[in-house]
Design a protein around this ligand. Structure first.
Ligand SMILES: NC(=O)c1ccc[n+]([C@@H]2O[C@H](COP(=O)([O-])OP(=O)(O)OC[C@H]3O[C@@H](n4cnc5c(N)ncnc54)[C@H](O)[C@@H]3O)[C@@H](O)[C@H]2O)c1
Length: 108
């Protein structure tokens, strides 16, 4: 049985197609929340996580393919969100710069 959703508008999950992000998105949708997955699909294979989420939860999951470094795209997604969970991650050397940039943009 799902509880009354805490948030009225979608929860934005950056990196929402990734390992941690898709599990958070699944939990939120199971609890009755609308979830906006924002992901560049840059890690190979994560599109399968997105397919899984959409099959399980249908219209509760919306998706934007976007990069957290794209300020306009991320700001547009954040504007509609009631909360933001920043789970985007990279394993490449620039990952700290990208994560910090994404956190800064999410916070704005
Ligand atoms: N998995 C763990 O056990 C674990 C433990 C501690 C910390 N972390 C950290 O949590 C974060 C998420 O981990 P994960 O295991 O879910 O990683 P993951 O690679 O499965 O997911 C990261 C997601 O971010 C997306 N992404 C990457 N660059 C992006 C960008 N510029 N814009 C938008 N989306 C982008 C990828 O496509 C992917 O879907 C990472 O920073 C990781 O270092 C993970």
């Amino acid at each position: 049985m799902s509880a009354t959703p805490l948030f009225r508008s979608p929860v934005l999950v950056t990196g929402g197609a990734g390992f941690i992000g898709c599990n958070i998105a699944d939990r939120l949708a199971t609890d009755g929340h609308d979830v906006h997955v924002y992901d560049a699909l840059s890690r190979p294979g994560v599109e399968r996580n997105l397919d899984w989420l959409q099959r399980r939860h249908g219209r509760k999951i919306s998706f934007t393919r976007g990069d957290v470094r794209d300020e306009d795209s991320l700001a547009a997604a954040a504007r509609e969100a009631s909360a933001i969970l920043h789970q985007q991650g990279l394993w490449r050397p620039c990952r700290h710069r990208v994560r910090a940039g994404g956190r800064r943009l999410s916070a704005q």
